[in-house]
Design a protein around this ligand. Structure first.
Ligand SMILES: [Zn+2]
Length: 220
């Protein structure tokens, strides 16, 4: 089960997660956006509203075959097509967190992903790719994000930011925060002129198995 039954609870969860990420410095200058799947629809943060001022009524519902939203209501985030594409491609995803968190975005601006250098990368399901650049809000970016997320729960977007996904908003938020943490560690290593020692794929699978057993991640 990757969706919540109660949209009013989901709206509050989106607002709470937005504020937590904003307070952590992960959503500079109103950047980023969050969404939750709701049946055949999804709920997403609006564009251009400071996270501190968000109200439940401002969370936009995008629904229907042509993914219509109410033109009289608040406008959805400009990245709603990317969220839509991920929900269509990934039935395991119940929530999406997109940030411009500073350290991960720095790596993305160099076009670099994050290799398997720390066991916590298992939260992302493996090495974190950096998807090629495309204009924000475009269908091309949406397709590149989906491809970069294949078999993963996080992807960097070149010259842009990060996408993290999970079965729930809490899971997606945890992945987004860990990606920022890992990006900081990786940048510190590179700045020191050190190349990290990488963990093997076999070890990664062992860690993923342990995380799954502990309930820290959901099986794909
Ligand atoms: Zn963005």
């Amino acid at each position: 089960m990757t969706t919540h039954e109660d949209p009013s609870v989901l709206r509050q969860e989106i607002i709470a997660a937005s504020r937590t990420l904003d307070a952590a410095g992960m959503m500079p200058n109103k950047s980023g956006n969050l969404s939750c799947r709701l049946g055949q629809a999804f709920l997403i943060t609006p564009g251009g509203v400071p996270y501190a001022d968000l109200t439940p009524e401002q969370i936009v519902t995008i629904a229907g075959k042509r993914r219509r939203f109410d033109p009289a209501g608040p406008r959805p985030s400009s990245e709603w097509r990317m969220h839509e594409a991920i929900y269509v491609a990934r039935p395991d995803v119940g929530a999406i967190v997109h940030t411009h968190s500073p350290r991960a975005t720095a790596l993305a601006c160099a076009g670099r992903g994050i290799p398997i250098f720390h066991y916590m990368i298992a939260l992302a399901g493996g090495d974190i790719r950096c998807a090629p650049y495309a204009t924000f809000g475009s269908e091309k970016l949406a397709a590149l994000a989906v491809r970069g997320l294949e078999g993963r729960r996080a992807v960097l977007l070149a010259n842009h930011g990060v996408v993290a996904v999970g079965a729930t908003l809490k899971r997606a938020q945890a992945v987004a925060m860990e990606v920022e943490n890992l990006a900081g560690q990786y940048l510190d290593l590179l700045a020191a002129g050190l190349e990290p020692a990488l963990l093997s794929d076999a070890e990664l699978q062992t860690i993923i198995g342990k995380f799954t057993d502990y309930g820290r991640i959901d099986p794909h």
